[in-house]
Structures are given as C-alpha cells and as structure tokens.
Design a protein around this ligand. Structure first.
Ligand code: PGA
Length: 252
C-alpha cells in the first residue's frame, strides 16, 4: 500500500522563531487531531531545520529541506549539502520545484545529481514536475512531464526508484488560486503512474506515492484526495496556517 503524504512547502517564509512556533502548532494538532495514516512533512527553510526537527513529535511529523547542493561537499560557497541536511534531523528533500527550475536555472542534469545524492544519503527526495500554462494550452503537458521524468529520475535503479516520492505541480496552479481540476490532476497522475509501470513494473508504480500540488486548500483537498491516483499534496500557502494545514491532512 502506498503512503498518503501531505507535505508543506513553506518556501522563503517565516523567521526561525516564527517557523518553530508554526511547527510546534502543527505537530501538536497532528498528534491530537491528525489522521493517523497520513505522513506529514514540513518543508522549512534550511535555517529552521534543526530547531524544527527538535520540537516536533517525530513519530508523526517529518522535516524536509526545500533544496540541496548538487555536490557532496567542498568549495561551493553558500550551498547546503545532503549530509548537512541529514545532520539536522530532516529526512526528506524537495527537489526540482518549478521555482528552483525557473528562477535558479536548475537543469535536469543538476536535478539528477541532487536526487542521486539524496538517495545515497538515505533521505527521501520529493521530486517535483509540472508544466507551464503555455504547454497546458498547447495540449502537450503529458509529453513535457514525461520528458522531465525521463531526464531526471527514470535513470534510477528500480530499488532507488522505489524510494522516491513524486509531486506533480502544474506551474499555472502554484500560488495562483487556480487549482487544477481534480480530473486534470487525476489524469496526469494516472499518466505518470502508467509511465512508471512501463519503465519499471506495475508493483513499483502501485507503491509510488504521487502528490498533487498547486493551490491545494481545505476547500478543494477532499475532492483532490478522493481521486484514485492522488496520494496527497505538496502544499505551499496553506501550509503556513496550522489550521488549514491540519484540515488538508484530514481531508482524506
Ligand atoms: P501553493 O504552492 O500551494 O501555494 O500553490 C504549492 C507549491 O509550490 O509547492
């Protein structure tokens, strides 16, 4: 049975003290009221990881970095390596978010290295993919997403592929309030699962958690998570409010 996962992506928001307070609030709510079968992840800024990992209930909540260095260590000023992230207590790393691809020019080659380093260190990549509005309007979103997967994660061994989480986030739905319809999201996730079955096998495809992200909110999470191939969400804006985030966690 594949896992249901609700992962918050705080992006570049909150100071350390604000983040710690938010994480504590979320952790307490998850412990007292959260659905027990949902894996809850908090994707915080690097600066918060250690403090957040120290105050959450780790049996119910995990911590994610939002990025990592593409090299294991060395003279790369300003970069944060996977082993540094691991040393904070974080266990997930969000890799290939469209904001990283678009604003920081992260190519498939770079993302490929980041995924490999994350897996080698025993952490779980949440690998993001998704198309821009022009591609959706041209009707070529499936080919585009297939290409992203082929260039970055379809080179993994079956064993490694079995450890990753995928998040499909159409760029036109991120932070815009314009969510993909549950049918659009379901269609793409079923397409991705079909590609995994073809490339690897049906059991790996059936066990891979594939999340939807993009303006997911308490108002639409229930319908999205009700789709057969949607295994949870990567949540931006709504993850900054503990009550909204809990409502999404409990939307199954
Ligand atoms: P959003 O962001 O929920 O604010 O649209 C999702 C994401 O970028 O991960």
């Amino acid at each position: 049975m594949r896992k249901k996962i609700v992962a918050g992506n705080w992006k570049c928001n909150t100071t350390v003290s604000e983040g710690v307070a938010l994480a504590k609030q979320v952790s307490d709510l998850v412990v007292s009221k959260g659905a027990k079968d949902v894996v809850v992840v908090l994707g915080t800024p690097f600066t918060h990881l250690t403090s957040v990992a120290a105050i959450i209930d780790k049996s119910r909540v995990s911590v994610a970095a939002q990025n990592c260095a593409a090299e294991p260590k060395g003279a790369f000023t300003g970069e944060v390596s996977v082993s540094m992230i691991q040393s904070t207590g974080a266990t997930f790393i969000i890799i290939g978010h469209s904001e990283r691809r678009d604003y920081y020019h992260e190519t498939s080659e770079i993302l490929n290295k980041k995924v490999a380093l994350t897996l080698a260190q025993g952490l779980t990549p949440i690998y993001c993919c998704g198309e821009a509005l022009a591609i959706r309007e041209a009707g070529t979103e499936n080919a585009f997403v297939q290409n992203q997967l082929e260039e970055t994660i379809f080179n993994l061994s079956a064993e490694d592929f079995g450890k990753i989480v995928i998040a499909y986030e159409p760029i036109w739905a991120i932070g815009t309030g314009r969510t993909a319809s549950s049918q659009q999201a379901q269609d793409m996730l079923a397409f991705i699962r079909g590609l995994i079955a073809k490339k690897y096998n049906q059991s790996i495809a059936d066990n891979c958690s594939i999340l939807y992200g993009g303006s997911c909110s308490p108002a639409n999470a229930n319908e999205l998570f009700g789709q057969p191939d949607i295994d949870g969400g990567l949540i931006g804006g709504a993850s900054l409010k503990a009550d909204d985030f809990l409502a999404i966690i409990n939307a199954y």
